[in-house]
Design a protein around this ligand. Sequence first.
Ligand code: UDP
Ligand code: MG
Length: 315
Amino acid sequence: MKESKINISVVIPIYNEEENVALLYESITKVMSKLKNSYEIIMVDDGSKDKTLSILRAIQKKDFHLRVIKFRGNFGQSAAMAAGFEAARGENVVAMDGDLQNDPNDIPMLLKKLDEGYDVVSGWRKNRKDKLILRKLPSKIANRIICSVTGVELHDTGCSLKAFRKEVIKRISLYGELHRFIPALAKLEGAKITEVVVNHRARKFGESKYNITRTFRVIMDLTSLNLFIKHLRNPLRFFGGLALVSMFFAILATILAGTIWLNSSYDISSFNILLTLIFLMIVTTFQFLFIGLLAALIVHTGKKKLFYLVDTQLK
Ligand code: UDP
Ligand code: MG
C-alpha cells in the first residue's frame, strides 16, 4: 500500500485485552469498510501477558489493514499511543481504547468534524458508564483542574476517543500520563479544537488497568505540563529571570557587606555570613544562566525522545 493513499489511521493501545481485541477489530472493520476511505488499524501491544498478541498476529495474517506494534515491555498507555501516532500514515488519525468502552460507530462523526476544518476532535462521554465515586467523580474534578490550567475548555479531556489531523498529532510527544493532555499540547501547536458527544459503554471483558492513584499521577504531570506550556518556547527567559533574582540578592548582600566593612560598629560575625551569601548567589546566578542556555539548546535542536522500545520480532 502506498503511503500517500491512506486516509485514516486508527490507533489503539492494548494491554491484556485478549477477550476484546477480536471483537474490536471486527467492529472497527465494519465501520471503516462502509466509509470507503483507505484505512489502517494500528494496534500497539503494550507488553501484554495474555493471548492478545497471538490473536492479533492471527488477524494480521488475514487482513493487511491491521498493523501490530509489539512493545518489549509494559511502557504505559501514553507510550503505546505515541508509538501508534509515530507509525500512522493516514491523513486523519483516530485514537481509541482497546476495551470496547469506546464505540467505533462514532468514528465517522469525528472524521466529519475534521472535514469541517478542525484539527482535533475530542470525544465527550456525556453518559459515561463507569463507577461514580472511583472513576467519574475524580475524573470530573481532574477535568476541571486540567481545563483551568491548560486553558482548553473541554467537558471530558480523559476520553480516549479522539480524532486528529496528521500534521498536529505528529508534532506532539507523549510521556508519563500525557495522553490525557493531548488537546492542551495540540493547542500549543495552534490547533483548532472541538468536542462531540460520543457513546460510552461499560467494560464487559477484562479489567481496568488503573486505580485511584492515577489521579495523583495525572496532577503531577499537569504541573510539569503547566511549566512546559509556559516555558517551552523560551526557557532562557524563565531561567534568566531566576538568574536575575539571585543576582539581585548578590548585589544586596554586597551592599550590606560594604556598609559593614566601612562601619566597624556593626557586628563583624554577620560579615562572614554575607560573604558566603554573596558567593552562593553569584554561583546560583551562573547556574541558572547555564541551565537556561542548555534548555534553550535542547528545545531548539533536540529531536523527539523515545519513551518506549519496539520489538521487531514477529512472534
Ligand atoms: N493500556 C495500555 N497500557 C497500559 C494500560 C492500559 O495500553 O499500561 C490500554 C488498555 O488496554 C486500554 C486503554 O489503554 O485499551 C485504556 O485502559 P483502561 O481501559 O484500563 O483505562 P480506563 O478506561 O479504565 O480509564
Ligand atoms: Mg477502559
